[in-house]
Write a protein that binds this ligand. Structure first.
Ligand code: TXA
Ligand code: MG
Length: 306
């Protein structure tokens, strides 16, 4: 299958085709967000339920201001987290009445999720295009997100053009923060945590009672094929053990030194590697529920639920 250059990727995207591109979180399956036909190709390749809206990837705050309502507060957060910190966070904003975005990509919502990826290849491509890119994670729906180009091609098939950007450094999807209400609300946990956000105001966490339904919050979402068990201390017969910290019989170890950022960046790749015969299940050591550990546990819980 074609591993393509950035220049070729830009041509495909201008021509309403999809391209898998690297970001610092996970690979994205990108297409012109202003073109229904291009966006439809994303849904069909991923077999994604059509009600699930896509994140708009942008090179700058200025592009967002063209079609979303960017308050002073929103702009301050974007400057801080995107421009200063290069942090992996998507903001949910109200759309302007007139906007060029594909209604299919928005899944009928009057809000939009936006993100500036902190990856040189993604930014290079975005800076060469006059439109935002709709880009969900580059995997078939309800399967693991992908953090290497090989996993992208394994998941989506060999006919999808993909740009190889190596291994994604963060390894977990972006934090999603809803800032359309008085109080900020975390819709999806990620590398930017509540502790990073409380400095800017009160933050709540979406839970199952929350009216807003980000389909990323559906219980079973990030799943390997084999059954997964959390907080495993002892390997059972047939089980592949994914270790964390000092664990002597792990098949793979997320971080021997107990470093949570390293564990996050390895998580999907290692789950991919253990999701195969002869293993009949995957067990994971307990992960401390602090900092990005919360996002790791969130993904693991979803992968466990049936
Ligand atoms: O790190 C990431 O965010 C990756 C990379 C490729 O950028 N993208 C990603 O996209 O994870 P996806 O489509 O797999 O997840 C997007 C999540 C979905 O759960 C969707 O429901 C939510 O964002 N979402 C999109 N627009 C929304 C909106 N207006 N309000 C609430 N949730 C929204
Ligand atoms: Mg996804």
């Amino acid at each position: 299958m074609p591993i393509v250059t950035c220049e070729a990727a830009v041509k495909y995207l201008m021509d309403s085709q999809v391209v898998a591109i690297p970001t610092e979180t996970v690979y994205g399956l990108a297409a012109n967000a202003t073109c229904d036909n291009a966006v439809a190709k994303i849904y069909s390749l991923k077999s994604r339920p059509q009600f699930n809206p896509l994140i708009m990837h942008v090179p700058s705050i200025e592009m967002v201001e063209e079609w979303a309502c960017v308050s002073k507060f929103a702009k301050m957060l974007m400057e801080e987290f995107w421009n200063k910190r290069g942090a992996s966070i998507s903001f949910v904003l109200e759309l302007k009445k007139e906007h060029p975005l594909s209604l299919l990509a928005l899944a009928g919502l009057s809000t939009v999720a936006v993100r500036r990826p902190n990856h040189p290849i993604a930014l290079d491509i975005l800076n060469s295009l006059p439109f935002p890119l709709a880009a969900p994670s580059a995997n078939r729906s309800n399967t693991l997100s992908t953090t290497t180009v090989t996993h992208v091609l394994d998941s989506l098939g060999r006919n999808v053009p993909a740009v190889d950007g190596g291994i994604c450094a963060v390894g977990l999807e972006s934090t999603i923060l809803d800032i359309t209400h008085d109080q900020m609300m975390i819709l999806r946990q990620g590398a930017v945590t509540e502790a990073d956000l409380v400095l800017f105001g009160a933050v709540s966490n979406a839970n199952s009672d929350t009216a807003i339904k980000a389909p990323g919050m559906l219980s079973r979402h990030y799943a390997p094929q084999k059954p997964l068990k959390m907080d495993v201390t002892q390997k059972q017969p047939g089980m592949a053990l994914l270790g964390f910290g000092s664990c002597c019989d792990a098949d793979l170890n997320l971080s021997i030194n107990g470093n949570l950022s390293e564990a996050a960046s390895n998580l999907f790749r290692y789950l991919h590697e253990l999701d195969r015969d002869p293993f009949s299940s995957i067990g994971v050591n307990a992960i401390p529920n602090t900092g990005i550990g919360k996002a790791i546990n969130d993904r693991l819980k979803r992968a466990c639920s049936i």
